[in-house]
Design a protein around this ligand. Structure first.
Ligand SMILES: [Zn+2]
Length: 443
């Protein structure tokens, strides 16, 4: 009996000594590694947010600046407060929820997305990035963890109408853009005011290099790569650049009955050759580049008249400007040969909607991939073919993006869906990416 007591006391003393000699940081690390988001809470909040602007199709009409956008934002602000964040609306109408860090001198880590939708949009685009971001801060507080860096959850205003909130933050929104009439019927200037911002003081919102430690956005993929390959996490390499051209093909309109086949200058026939050539050029080299002819107009447009003029669109997207340029050069060469063969003239006019590729920070990609691996999730490096607020933030801050699967690759549609487990996976990767950055992964 006595022996046993002695043994127990000895074990107790050994445990005490071991416990005290384990460095504090190490215990912290283990606690941090085990921390997970609350999947059920994310799902419930996504469904609750979907009530704002809910339409009979099962999706949402929550266009920026509309009453449902404003009510949805109120709901989001209530969640931020519940999570213990200090909430404010900046001059651009962005919602910012702050959680203090232990070192107020450090720049904040920003993460978030948007809650406005396209007309007849889905329940996950943007929403996941916001609900997931709030969840990360809430779970940190619930576990009594204070980061060194301040944390800021951001809900950007009017993403779908031209990434307004993030453009203001990077100082790039033009005065002209303020007068554009949005889907809500309000101009962007009026809309910003309706959200509680001040369009006359937008410069207050501008942040520059060094102001932000990092920006991270989780988003549904909106494509079918992750879902079809059964991969948990997309590590976004960047948001592709987009170039548009109008392609004009001049032929000669003539009688479709009396003009022999070998005497025609058929603009529509040349266009048909060119569309096929564009597809051949774009698919002829390895990579994820895409090229599209999405619009075509033939003049005069009658069954019994050979087409004298065709105007069609050309769009090229890729992560590399050089690749877009070289594809365009090859398409022009093909066009020259087609013009000769069909006795037509083909010219290209650039359209002013071009956006440059926005690569994410390679260090951020690695941190996201590493976090995924530590959570036993599969991941894939991939470009984003759609635009996001992150593409602007990448110009002023190390930026990373985390994709989760969209079922069937459907988005901007009421049929948009992402499994609760995938939402939680994305939020867990976000959480651990934030923690790694906070502990110096970028330093
Ligand atoms: Zn979005």
């Amino acid at each position: 009996m006595t022996k046993r007591i002695v043994l127990l006391v000895a074990i107790f003393i050994v445990k005490l000594v071991v416990y005290q000699t384990v460095p504090f940081a190490k215990q912290g690390d283990n606690q941090l590694k085990r921390i997970r988001v609350n999947s059920k809470r994310i799902e419930q909040r996504i469904l609750r947010l979907a009530e704002f602007g809910k339409n009979p199709q099962g999706g949402v009409d929550r266009v920026a600046f509309s009453e449902s956008d404003i009510q949805g934002r109120k709901y989001i602000m209530s969640l931020m407060k519940e999570a213990g964040l200090k909430v404010r609306i900046d001059e651009a109408g962005n919602i910012i929820g702050q959680l203090a860090g232990s070192d107020p001198k450090l720049p904040p880590i920003l993460f978030g997305s948007h809650i406005d939708s396209v007309p007849n949009g889905g329940n996950y685009d943007g929403a996941l990035g916001v609900i997931g971001a709030i969840e990360c801060t809430q779970v940190l507080r619930e576990n009594g963890i204070m980061t060194r860096h301040p944390l800021e959850v951001v809900v950007f205003s009017d993403e779908e109408g031209g990434t307004v909130g993030s453009l203001v933050m990077t100082g790039e929104l033009t005065a002209k853009a303020l007068e554009i009439v949005s889907h809500s019927g309000k101009t962007i200037r009026e809309g910003i005011r309706a959200l509680g911002g001040n369009p006359d003081k937008l410069s207050n919102v501008v942040r520059v290099q060094g102001d932000i430690k990092a920006f991270i956005e989780i988003h549904i993929e909106q494509g079918n790569i992750l879902d079809s390959k059964n991969i948990d996490i997309g590590v976004v390499e960047g948001i592709v650049g987009i170039n548009w051209w109008d392609v004009t093909i001049e032929g000669f309109s003539n009688h479709a009955g009396t003009t022999p086949m070998n005497m025609r200058h058929d603009a529509l026939l040349a266009a048909a050759h060119l569309i096929i050539a564009i597809n051949r050029v774009v698919t002829g080299i390895p990579g994820r580049q895409v090229g599209t002819v999405g619009r075509i107009r033939a003049e005069p447009g009658a069954p019994n008249v050979i087409s004298g003029e065709v105007v069609m669109s050309l769009e090229l997207r890729d992560l590399s400007v050089e690749k877009i340029n070289s594809l365009y050069e090859r398409i022009q060469q093909e066009a020259k040969a087609i013009a000769e063969k069909t006795d037509t003239k083909i010219s290209f006019t650039p359209i002013d909607v071009t956006s440059a590729p926005a690569p994410t920070d390679p260090r951020m990609r690695n941190i996201i991939a590493e976090s995924s691996q530590e959570l036993s999730l599969t991941s894939l490096f991939m470009p984003s073919g759609a635009g996001h607020d992150a593409q602007h933030m990448a110009r002023i801050s190390p930026t990373g993006m985390i994709f989760v699967p969209s079922v069937g690759g459907i988005s901007h549609s009421p049929k948009e869906y992402t499994w609760p487990e995938d939402m939680a996976n994305g939020a867990n990767v976000l959480l651990h990416t934030i923690l790694k950055i906070d502990r110096g992964a970028l330093d």
